[in-house]
Design a protein around this ligand. Sequence first.
Ligand code: DOR
Ligand code: ZN
Length: 346
Amino acid sequence: MTDTITIRRPDDWHVHFRDGAMLQSAVPFTARQFRRAIVMPNLVPPVTTVDAARAYRDRINMAVPDGIDFQPLMTAYLTDTIDAGELARGAEEGVFTAVKLYPAGATTNSDSGVTDLKQVTAVLECMQAIGLPLLLHGEVTDPEVDIFDREARFIEQKLIGLRADFPELKVVFEHATTKDAVDYVLSQDSHMGCTITAHHLVINRTDIFKGGIRPHLYCLPIAKREVHRQALRAAATSGDKRFFLGTDTAPHPVHEKESDCGCAGIFSAPTAMQVYTQVFDEAGALDKLEAFASINGPGFYGLAANEGTVTLVRDVVEVPERVETAEGEIVMVFRPDAGLNWRIMA
Ligand code: DOR
Ligand code: ZN
């Protein structure tokens, strides 16, 4: 049995840092685990300009603990009316690494998102031409569509057409939750990437109701049946270049989760690498962890893999159940019910 594993320093290709006191609390957890992170732009108001992204990046950098070498990679929030020139300038100036598409109404702070892909044709053409990746929240928003089917419908109704119209556009299918998404990504060329969260590798939809309703396991896209979780585990641990690490760590104050209309999001930053390592260990695939966590993501984005390494050790670990922010808000930390048995070596 392998009891330690050393890999190149990993990156997280999908995080929510929020702003203000929450940002101050959230950033150090990600910065301690990852060398770089793709930062989601769904603030209120959303990050739609180069200036806003630069200022947000400065606030994130200020929250990185001393002595930690961490780089936030910024994204722009795609709206129906955003100007392609602004995105191109942001990419040119090294501010925007990617552009995030939220279908309007799909999830937290997505009201300003895209109402119809036709609205953004010129922008997508520009992104395709300059090699700026599009990151997709892949769910349809039609309230008639069952919540557990929204990802699969998105692939059929939106993604297949999008890929046909923009075959050279780099597209990341974010936080995949279904076998449908895995199979689709596997059918595509190297312009298609896919992130997988730690929590979707651990929980299925039944876990959300284990012993009662578990608001801290509610996120979007919602966890699906066990057959889908198994497909995600197979994809992540396969070593295939199209799949890479993206936690979708999404802190919300406890009072907003434990409510009559609790919001979506799981805060996994403090436990992410431990959970991923545990999953790869269970799958007998520790030799593929480095590809998923540290190599495939930079490869897709055309960046160099990180220098330096991190070592994880098999060990029973206590992780904080909750984190308190400077404004007194409390956030629950994602932990598998079975506990954690990998620790990051200091
Ligand atoms: O669960 C989620 N939380 N899914 C998302 O797409 C957004 C995120 C958030 O911002 O809280
Ligand atoms: Zn997200």
